[in-house]
Design a protein around this ligand. Sequence first.
Ligand code: ADP
Ligand code: MG
Length: 269
Amino acid sequence: GRRLPRPTKTRILTVANQKGGVGKTTTTVNIAAALASAGLHVLVIDIDPQGNASTALGVPHHAEIDSIYDVLINDFPMSDVIQECPDIDHLYCAPATIHLAGAEIELVSLVAREQRLRRAIDEYVKFRQSNGEERLDFIFIDCPPSLGLLTVNAFCAANEVMIPIQCEYYALEGLSQLLKNIEMIQKHLNSDLTVSTILLTMYDGRTNLAAHVAADVREHFPKQVLRALIPRSVRISEAPSYQQTVMTYDPSSTGALSYLEAAAELAER
Ligand code: ADP
Ligand code: MG
């Protein structure tokens, strides 16, 4: 397969959009898998209590598994919870369990409640270094569909935000709220954060609507929108029920190829 250039330092991306069902998790796991299959070292941090990213990456995440919950709330080091994904080399996942559903409230009374993920990641990066392990190239954080403390933790830990946008009615609805929230984070909590990447997903080339939405988003965000479009594809939506990404489930499908293209663009930026 194709090899992609390694970034000069670890890039940390939060995949966010407070709307549910827009393709956050699908984008996270498939871009991560595409980058790892191109030779990069990639970690996915699942901070959605649903644990959909953990499922798609084939990583066990039942209630007894040590998870990102223990990192955020019980001060576990990240290295204690990270698992290797079964199908793709140097792809790792810090899974989410159902306990995370309570974390939103538990975090409120903790010290440095917005910075807990950032600190855990910093420590983990240092831990890998002192252990002589390969530097991570990308870390992706898969967010829940809300703007609560879990998502705030992700924004504080990241350098980049990646926003998946569904090519449907109301695509831009809620986007200005998201951008306002990101501005607040930039102002008060993390001045390094930029909205670097927008990915158009679930594109249905047969409809004028999808083309209009895509053109509209490109006009508003010419620098951020990736050229690659993710089509609406049954293979993409089937893969998670086999605990797989589309990259291994059907590597020659248009869905897999479009995620590879998006990943290559991202890596080459
Ligand atoms: P989110 O994480 O934003 O809630 P998901 O990634 O879970 O969204 O996607 C929502 C649903 O849409 C899932 O059932 C997923 O399998 C499906 N889906 C995502 N992307 C595509 C696509 N390109 N084509 C078809 N179905 C998709
Ligand atoms: Mg999700």
